[in-house]
Ligand binder design. Structure first.
Ligand code: GAR
Length: 223
C-alpha cells in the first residue's frame, strides 16, 4: 500500500523532526516524510532532514508582511510546496508560527502538532517554567489536531510523567522531550493506518481494537 505522505514544518532544533524521520525509516512504518519545511533559514533541523535524504524547503516568514495579510502571503508558497508533493498530513514540530483561519480550515483533520504539556493545561510558551511554578505533580506532552486556536485542537494522544521535587524547567523539558519523541510517531502511525481520525464532532475517534487507556501513554496501537 502507498505510504502516507507527510510534510514536517519546524523552526529550530528539530529533535521531533528527527524522531519522525527515524520512525519513518522503518520499512513497515505507514508514513514517509516527503518534505521538510522551515520558516527559518538557519534552523538546525534542515541538516537533519537533508541527512535523511528528505527534500527541504525554507520559506522565510520575515520576507512576508506582518499580521493576517503577511500570514496569508507566507502560506501561498507553503500551500504550493505541499500541493507539489501531494502531502496528506502536516506535522508541526516546534513550528513557532501561527496560521490563518483559512489555512487551518483547509488542513482540518490533516495537520497535527506536538506540545510539551498535558493540554488543555499550559498552552503557549514557557510551558516548563509555568508547570514548575504551578506546583503540578504530573506533566507530559500532547499530540493534537491543529485548530484555529493555539495549542487547543482535538487531542490524539498524551504521555505523562511525575514532576520531581528537584526538577527545573530544563530537566523537566528534557524528560518530556523524550516522551514527545515516542508519542509523536505513535500518533502519526495511527493516523496513517487510518486507525484514528477527526470526527465531525471535533473529537478524535479510534478504532475499537485500540486500548487507549491501557497505559499512561496513549494511544496504544497493538503490536
Ligand atoms: C518541542 O518541545 C515541542 O513540543 C515544542 O517545541 C519544541 C521543539 O523542539 N512545541 C511547542 O511548544 C508548540 N506550541 P524540537 O525542535 O527539538 O522538536
Amino acid at each position: 500500500m502507498a505510504k502516507t505522505r507527510v510534510a514536517v514544518l519546524f523552526s529550530g532544533r528539530g529533535t521531533n523532526l528527527q524522531a519522525l524521520l527515524d520512525a519513518c525509516a522503518a520499512p513497515d512504518f505507514p508514513a514517509e516524510i516527503a518534505l521538510a519545511i522551515s520558516n527559518r533559514p538557519n534552523a538546525e533541523g534542515l541538516a537533519r532532514a537533508a541527512n535523511a535524504g528528505v527534500e527541504t524547503r525554507v520559506i522565510d516568514h520575515t520576507e512576508f508582511g506582518k499580521g493576517d495579510e503577511g500570514r496569508a502571503a507566507f502560506e501561498a508558497p507553503l500551500q504550493e510546496a505541499l500541493d507539489a508533493e501531494s502531502i496528506d498530513y502536516i506535522c508541526l514540530a516546534g513550528f513557532m508560527r501561527l496560521f490563518t483561519a483559512d489555512f487551518t480550515r483547509a488542513w482540518r483533520g490533516r495537520m497535527i502538532n506536538v506540545h510539551p504539556s498535558l493540554l488543555p493545561a499550559f498552552r503557549g510558551l514557557s510551558v516548563h517554567e509555568r508547570t514548575i511554578e504551578s506546583g503540578a505533580k504530573i506533566a507530559g506532552c500532547s499530540v493534537h489536531f491543529v485548530s484555529s486556536e493555539v495549542d487547543a485542537g482535538p487531542i490524539i494522544g498524551q504521555a505523562a510523567l511525575a514532576v520531581r521535587p528537584e526538577d527545573t524547567a530544563e530537566t523537566l523539558a528534557e524528560r518530556i522531550l523524550a516522551l514527545e519523541h515516542d508519542l509523536y510517531p505513535a500518533c502519526l502511525k495511527l493516523l496513517a493506518e487510518g486507525k484514528a481520525r477527526l470526527g465531525a464532532n471535533d473529537r478524535v475517534t479510534f478504532d475499537g481494537d485500540l486500548a487507549p487507556d491501557a497505559t499512561i501513554m496513549t494511544p496504544m496501537a497493538p503490536g
